[in-house]
Design a binder for this molecule. Structure first.
Ligand code: NCD
Length: 301
C-alpha cells in the first residue's frame, strides 16, 4: 500500500485503508501503545471553537509521544499581520513540523494547507464540507456494536444540509455496505440528497422501529442567517423524546457527534436510554485519531 500524505475526507481512503485504520484503532483500544510518534512535531491549528475534537487530537498525539503545539487564531500572524496560510505552512515546515491538524470554517481550507505543506495534514473540519476523523469514529463505534455493517440501516436526523459530520460518516458507512436513511425537513434535507443506497424520509416516526442506529445532529445555526422553521415545529417533528424512544427496537443505538442541545434534537430521556452511545463515541475518538496519525506518519507495517 502506498503511503498517504494527508486525510482531507473519508472518500480519500480505499476500503482496505479504511479497514486498516479501524483495525489499528481497535488495537489502540486494547493495548497501551508504543511511542509511534515519538518526537514528531505536530501543530493543531484550530480557527473554530472545538472541545471534543481539539482535546481528542491532543490526547491522541500525546499518547503516541508526539511533540505538540496548539495554535488558535489569536496566536497567529495570519489573523492580523497579513500572512497567508500558505506562508504559515512554510514557516511551520521550516521548524520541522511534520503534522498539521487543521480546523477552519471555510470549505476546502485543509486541502489548501495540504497543497502548501510538505508534511501530513489532517482535516479536523472544514465548514460544512468534511470531518473525516469524526466520520471514522462514528463508523468505528457502529462496527464495534454490530460487527459487520453490511445491510444495517443507519438513520441521520436533522440538519443534514450543514453537517460535515453527516457527509463524512455517510461516506464511510456506504463503503462498508450500510443502508442510509436521511430524516429531516426540506430546509435541512434537500430532495436531491436521495441517491442509490440513501433513502429520504420526512416523517421521523415512520423510521423509528426499523433502524439499527440513529445519528442525531445539532442544528448548525452558525452556518445560516435565520432559523428556517420555528424551534417548536422542529421539536414536534424531529426531537428524539420519551415517546419516540419507546418505539425503538431494544437493540437500536443512538449516537450524536456532540455538542448536543438538550430540548432541541433530544430530550433528557435519550441521555438515560440504554442504547445511548455518545460517551463511547467520544472515547473511541482518541483511538481513531491515534490510528489516523500512525497511518499517515508511519504508513503500513
Ligand atoms: C461537530 C463539528 O464540529 O462538526 N462536532 C464535532 O466535531 N464532534 C458537529 C457540530 O458542531 O454540531
Amino acid at each position: 500500500m502506498r503511503a498517504r500524505r494527508s486525510l482531507i475526507d473519508l472518500d480519500d481512503l480505499s476500503g482496505d485503508e479504511l479497514n486498516d485504520i479501524l483495525d489499528r484503532a481497535a488495537d489502540f483500544e486494547d493495548t497501551e501503545p508504543a511511542p509511534l510518534l515519538k518526537g514528531v512535531a505536530t501543530v493543531n491549528l484550530f480557527f473554530e471553537q472545538s472541545t471534543r475534537t481539539f482535546a481528542s487530537f491532543n490526547f491522541a498525539e500525546l499518547r503516541l509521544g508526539a511533540h505538540v503545539v496548539n495554535l488558535t487564531p489569536g496566536d497567529m500572524s495570519l489573523a492580523t499581520k497579513g500572512e497567508t496560510i500558505e506562508d504559515t505552512a512554510l514557516t511551520l515546515a521550516a521548524m520541522g513540523v511534520r503534522v498539521l491538524v487543521v480546523r477552519h470554517p471555510e470549505v476546502g481550507f485543509a486541502q489548501r494547507v495540504a497543497q502548501a505543506f510538505d508534511g501530513h495534514v489532517v482535516n479536523a473540519g472544514d465548514g460544512a464540507h468534511a470531518h473525516p476523523t469524526q466520520g471514522l469514529l462514528d463508523v468505528f463505534t457502529l462496527r464495534e456494536e454490530f460487527g459487520s455493517l453490511e445491510g444495517r440501516t443507519i438513520a441521520f436526523v436533522g440538519d443534514i444540509l450543514h453537517s460535515r459530520v453527516a457527509h463524512s460518516t455517510i461516506a464511510g458507512l456506504q463503503r462498508l455496505g450500510a443502508k442510509i436513511v436521511l430524516v429531516g425537513p426540506e430546509v435541512f434535507l434537500p430532495s436531491e440528497y436521495a441517491k442509490p443506497g440513501i433513502a429520504l424520509e420526512r416523517d421521523f416516526d415512520a423510521v423509528l422501529p426499523a433502524v439499527d442506529a440513529i445519528v442525531l445532529l445539532r442544528i448548525q445555526r452558525e452556518r445560516f442567517a435565520a432559523m428556517p422553521l420555528s424551534d417548536a415545529e422542529y421539536v414536534a417533528r424531529y426531537q428524539l423524546n420519551a415517546a419516540r424512544v419507546a418505539r425503538l427496537h431494544e437493540r437500536t443505538i443512538v449516537m450524536h457527534p456532540g455538542p448536543y442541545n438538550r430540548g432541541m434534537e433530544l430530550d433528557d430521556t435519550v441521555l438515560e436510554f440504554a442504547g445511548w452511545r455518545y460517551a463511547k463515541q467520544v472515547r473511541n475518538g482518541v483511538f481513531v485519531r491515534m490510528a489516523v496519525l500512525d497511518f499517515l506518519v508511519n504508513g503500513s507495517p
